[in-house]
Design a protein around this ligand. Sequence first.
Ligand SMILES: [Zn+2]
Length: 191
Amino acid sequence: MSNFNDLKAIESLYRNLIIQMGENPDREGLVKTPKRAAKAMQYMTKGYSENIDKIVNNAIFLSDNDEMVIVKNIEFYSLCEHHILPFFGKVHVAYIPNGKVIGLSKIPRIVDVFARRIQIQETLTVQIAECIMSILDCKGVGVVIDAKHTCMMMRGVEKQNASMTTSRMQGLFRKDERTRAEFLSLIKSNY
Ligand SMILES: [Zn+2]
C-alpha cells in the first residue's frame, strides 16, 4: 500500500493552491509544478505506508552484550503538523540490550518511518523510543532530538537560530541517573 494512491487528486489541490496565490498555473515555469509537488509530498510522507516489521526483518540478532549501544547524529527531515512546513535536525538513539541487538542501519530506517509524516517533534521522539523498546524488549532506550523548525524561522517569530531539543528516556535510562548521564555526555562528545 502506498500513501496518496490518488496522486492526480493531490496534483489538482496544488494546482488550485497556485491559482489561489494569484499565479497562473499554465505559465511555462509552473506547468509541471503540481505534479512535482504532489510527488515530493508523497515522498515526504511515505512513512505512513511503511511497515516496521518488514524493515527490521532479519536484522535482529541474539547477543549477550549488555553495554549501551549508541547511534548518534542521524539526520532527519519531517513536516510539522501545525503548518506542514519542514523541521529537521539530528536524532541520537541509545539502548541497552537484553539478549537482542538490531542491525545498526535499521535505526535510521526506523527514524525515517516516523519522520516521514506530519508530526510534532515531541511525538516523533516518543514513537522512536517506544518502537525500539518494543522490537528489542531491551533494558532501556534513550532518544534525543535536536531540530530547527522552518515554521519558526520563515514566519511567526522568525527566530532563525532557535532550535528545540526533546528527549525520551525509558527503562534504565529513566531509572538510572548514571546511564542517562553517560548517554547525554556521549552524544555531546565528538567521538
Ligand atoms: Zn509548525
